[in-house]
Design a protein. Structure first.
Length: 484
């Protein structure tokens, strides 16, 4: 960029040339030329491309640099063969962030002989899709394949996804979608049925360490610098990244850029610097997505398996990721009846109390109340007889005709109802010595049906014994009534 001194020199030159007979117009032309050069230099400061993040610079260019996903990209594996043979079909890459979904798509772009279109579900709409599909049709008419890569395809709504469907069906495009969400929930069934789903897994810590070491030696990373960082530090970054290579590389970049550089240009990443870069792990969790259901399922099944340690771990995972404690409390309350039930009737009382505590004081204080309920329910005796009883009755309700309520147990608030037989013959149990009667309360077609079958666990053992005595008493008195 030209300085004030440069402009003074230009003006002096103009004056000297003017004195030597150079025309005024020529002098102004010279000034104008210098002004343009100065402006171009000034603009170049703003137009100059900013350095790309380390994760982007180090993105693998071929399969030899790709970390993890051996189940898909190992020698002889299906996806590897499809890429190497340029025989790609419509597919969905499903996996957590930072595991290589977009990288795989870009590898395909470099490898394929087809037209490759990169599409973003965040910034594109129906119009852009239709324009692209028209171009794909034109390509097809000339015998050219078109591969369309849609990043974050789960962000497209139903109408946008439907716009791809006819072109996938007739082979005008090969669709490659990338998503962090379960395709079963987020992608239209018709579109999903025409795509092969490849599940990418979170990278192991060993895979992440390999990526970090490559960043330190590759010229696209820090290969041109002298960086001193311990293996323990690399392992700490790998653990912090939670299987996400992008997060790991961003953390390494931050640590190196803030490292201590000596007079010889050697950068050292100290433990203190590393601690500042890995202050708190960001937990992978989506309160509306699949991971939400995965974790609550893990909590429920750990309690059912009488494993309080696992149950507390999954509880902590959900709470620390920001889950609503009232949601967890409701699921715990359901568990108290579904899996414990009358084997320990106090379980429901404790679950209700935990819910109320969450409502009254919220997080983080209510975490201990939920922990108490989760541990207690994990160790309580098991009985699913409540759920079984209801489901058995529900099956009859759904499959059998709607039987009328027996007259004997109908209420008769009016004289007319009494006249037509409502409540006739009703036996009030408290009027009898054993507080029991032989009256049948089920419809005739269901008489003798058994829905509740108690277990021999905990408190329910006592209830089972009492129920058996009640049933025996009723059998005997009904037989006596028939004989009499």
């Amino acid at each position: 960029m030209l300085s004030c001194t440069d402009f003074q020199r230009i003006l002096y030159t103009m004056g000297s040339r003017r004195a030597r007979g150079v025309s005024r117009q020529c002098c102004f032309d010279i000034f104008h030329l210098y002004h343009i050069i100065a402006h171009m230099e000034q603009m170049s400061l703003f137009d100059r491309e900013m350095p790309k993040p380390l994760a982007d610079r180090l993105r693998p260019t071929d399969l030899s640099e790709f970390a993890g996903q051996e189940h898909l990209l190992g020698e002889g594996m299906v996806l590897r063969r499809l890429i190497e043979n340029d025989s790609i079909t419509s597919m969905i890459f499903w996996g957590p962030p930072g595991v290589g979904k977009t990288t795989l798509a870009r590898m395909i772009a470099r490898k394929t002989r087809a037209v490759f279109a990169d599409f973003s579900a965040v910034t594109s709409g129906i119009k852009e899709i239709r324009d692209l599909m028209k171009q794909a049709d034109d390509n097809r008419s000339m015998g050219q394949r078109t591969i369309v890569f849609v990043d974050e395809i789960h962000r497209f709504n139903k109408a946008q996804q439907d716009a791809f469907l006819p072109f996938v069906e007739k082979g005008a495009i090969i669709l490659i979608g990338a998503t962090t969400e379960n395709p079963s929930f987020e992608i239209n069934g018709a579109l999903l049925s025409r795509c092969r789903v490849f599940v990418l897994k979170a990278l192991s810590e060993q895979d992440i360490v390999k990526v970090l070491k490559r960043a330190l030696t590759d010229k696209r990373g820090f290969g041109g610098q002298q960086v001193v960082i311990s293996d323990d530090a690399l392992s700490a970054i790998a653990a912090f990244s939670n299987g996400d290579a992008r997060r790991a590389l961003s953390t390494l970049e931050m640590a190196v850029l803030n490292g201590d550089m000596d007079g010889l240009g050697v950068t050292t990443v100290t433990d203190e610097i590393l601690k500042q870069c890995v202050t708190r792990k960001s937990l992978l969790y989506d309160r509306q997505g699949e991971e939400h259901y995965n974790l609550i399922s893990a909590l429920h099944k750990s309690m059912r398996n009488s494993d309080p340690d696992a149950a507390v771990y999954w509880l902590s995972r959900m709470l620390e990721a920001g889950e609503d404690p009232l949601y967890i409390a409701r699921r715990v309350l359901r568990f108290s009846a579904e899996d414990v039930g009358l084997a320990d009737p106090y379980a429901m009382t404790l679950a209700v109390s935990a819910y109320q505590a969450c409502h009254f004081i919220g997080m983080p204080e209510c975490s201990v109340h939920l922990t108490e309920a989760v541990v207690y329910l994990s160790l309580a005796p098991r009985s699913n007889s409540m759920e079984t009883a209801y489901n058995n009755a529900k099956r009859d309700v759904e499959e059998l005709p709607d039987e009328p309520v027996p007259l004997i147990i109908r209420n008769a608030p009016t004289g007319l109802m009494k006249e037509v037989g409502y409540g006739k013959g009703y036996m009030y149990a408290h009027d009898y010595e054993d507080r029991l009667t032989a009256m049948e309360c089920l419809p005739d077609s269901l008489a003798g049906r058994t829905y509740y079958e108690p277990t021999g666990e905990g408190k329910e053992r006592e209830l089972a014994e009492r129920l058996e005595k009640i049933k025996e008493w009723k059998r005997k008195h009904r037989e006596d009534a028939e004989d009499g």
